[in-house]
Design a protein around this ligand. Structure first.
Ligand SMILES: O=C(O)CCC(=O)C(=O)O
Length: 282
């Protein structure tokens, strides 16, 4: 595989395949990450109505119909959207032309990398909603081992301010778990698999992240995120899902469909323009 220059130490690749997630510190230019503040504001505020009409301002995996997932307890909102790269050049550049695809190729040990989708996830100050534990693969219409999510925070994120958290090693559990509503652990209707079990706190890793850091988790890794208890700091993140060489389309009953999924069949290569190849760059 890969004959391009390594951007990260090989030990991170081993950690990813052993633990199902990694934390990479200082790997992406903070100015580039901060340059996404405006685009995030734009898609969350100005596009929310349009995207809601399109059914795509929803939770990151396109399952919630309400664009503003408000906590009943906190005053903050949890706002999320997907597939901004399709219409927004800033998101396309970030997902396709930043350093991220090359890092993903190395982590996935893959010659090529395809973009599956991007998401924006904002937990405003005082958002009481936790992100329920879930497994990304169960929302994706793909199969394969080389599938992952990159989570890039724009704000300092800790267990008190909405940090992403992972169940270490859970990618090795081959049980398919049903996708849930993202802010509730109720499974989506008509989906296959087991319900995500209750997760004991002592098996959860909840890294504290700063600007320039990112995490990468395997698509089978169980993960969620804490509430944002800060009274004055948002927790903004961009989450990008990528596939490697062994990924093939695989349609999952009940999981949210994107328009192009109507045109693909199980076993197809990811050659559709809505799943662009982002590494190597041509
Ligand atoms: O940011 C969050 O609250 C959860 C992120 C997540 O689950 C994901 O990006 O897959």
């Amino acid at each position: 595989m890969t004959n391009f220059e390594s951007l990260i130490d090989e030990s991170f690749v081993e950690d990813f395949w052993r633990d199902g997630f990694i934390v990479l510190r200082d790997v992406i230019n903070p100015n580039l990450v901060l340059s996404m503040e405006g685009p995030i504001k734009r898609v969350i505020s100005s596009n929310s109505t349009d995207l809601t009409e399109l059914g795509s301002i929803v939770a990151p995996n396109s399952v919630l119909s309400d664009p503003n997932i408000s906590s009943s307890e906190g005053s903050g909102r949890f706002v999320a959207g997907t597939d901004h790269w399709i219409d927004d050049e800033d998101f396309a550049d970030f997902a396709c032309d930043s350093v991220i695809p090359q890092i993903v190729a190395q982590i996935l040990r893959s010659d090529s990398v395809w973009l599956y989708e991007d998401s924006v996830l904002v937990k405003e100050p005082n958002t009481a909603e936790e992100t329920a534990f879930h497994q990304d693969l169960s929302y994706f219409h793909v199969s394969g081992e080389q599938v992952c999510t990159v989570w890039v925070p724009l704000d300092f994120s800790s267990p008190d301010t909405g940090a992403i958290r992972f169940v270490k090693g859970s990618h090795k559990d081959l049980t398919p778990y049903r996708p849930n509503w993202f802010v509730s652990d109720d499974p989506l209707p008509n989906t296959e698999g087991e319900r995500v079990p209750n997760i004991p706190t002592d098996v959860v890793s909840s890294p504290t992240l700063s600007l320039g850091d990112l995490t990468i988790h395997h698509a089978r890794t169980l993960h969620g995120a804490s509430a944002n208890r800060s009274s004055d700091q948002s927790r903004r993140a961009i989450s990008i899902r990528y596939c490697g060489d062994d990924a093939r389309y695989y349609l999952r009953e009940g999981a949210p469909l994107k328009p192009h999924h109507e045109t693909v069949s199980d076993g197809d290569l990811l050659t559709h323009e809505r799943c662009p190849k982002v590494w190597p760059r041509t």
